[in-house]
Design a protein. Structure first.
Length: 221
């Protein structure tokens, strides 16, 4: 077991117990404020107009909540452990297309709430934070050169960590690639290097970006 695995195991065990308990609650519809849709329909007041930034992360929450509710309906309460403790919602967010663009962390929180049946309000601010990590990129490049993958790693010009919910985060690597097959090769190479090296938090996926910051390859970690 790697140094990070003991910590991850303890967190996952606690999270699994929590999601099983919460999963016994009734599952509400996914309203923008966490209120069941039937209650919202009869509300007498008109909602305050939202700004674009507010709508972005709140819409992402609702989209994630709808996806979580769909998973719950299809797979039952046991899905909560897989989607929350084992990172299923975090991985789904990267395949949610434009629905998660407003704020991936809010989408993941919505997915957690939906799959657990939690009666929670959406976040009051965006949850994701994207930061550059040049040290991590240097370490990966050094390993890649030593392993004969230097030409592949040279196409990576910037590496980011994207926080989601709790300990979960994604890694994004920006490249000059336009080929999806080349991007997949880079992602697979990164996976080999990353194995067992989560450190602080739990990395769920690596996404390879093109020069315009579009996802062109995604691999689970």
């Amino acid at each position: 077991m790697s140094p990070g695995e003991g910590k991850r195991h303890g967190w996952r065990s606690a999270a699994a117990a929590a999601v099983v308990t919460v999963g016994m609650l009734a599952v509400p519809a996914c309203g923008a404020d966490g209120t069941p849709q039937s209650a919202k329909t009869h509300a007498s007041h008109s909602p305050r107009p939202q700004t674009d930034s507010e709508a972005g992360f709140k819409d992402a929450y609702v989209a994630g909540c709808n996806e979580g509710r769909k998973v719950y309906d299809e797979d039952g309460k046991g899905a909560a452990v897989r989607e929350v403790a084992h990172g299923g919602c975090a991985r789904r967010a990267l395949n949610a297309d434009t629905h998660a663009d407003g704020d991936r962390g809010s989408w993941v929180k919505g997915c957690h709430d939906g799959v657990m049946g939690a009666r929670k309000k959406p976040p009051t601010h965006p949850l994701s934070t994207k930061r550059t990590n040049p040290a991590l990129l240097r370490n990966f490049r050094a390993w890649a050169r030593a392993e004969g993958h230097g030409a592949l790693a040279r196409h990576a010009d910037q590496l980011f960590t994207v926080t989601l919910v709790g300990p979960d985060y994604d890694i994004e690597i920006r490249t000059d690639y336009t080929s999806r097959s080349q991007a997949k090769n880079l992602a697979s190479t990164f996976m080999v290097w990353w194995d067992g090296d989560d450190g602080h938090g739990i990395a769920r996926s690596v996404a390879i970006l093109d020069a315009h910051n579009r996802h062109i390859a995604i691999k689970p970690l």
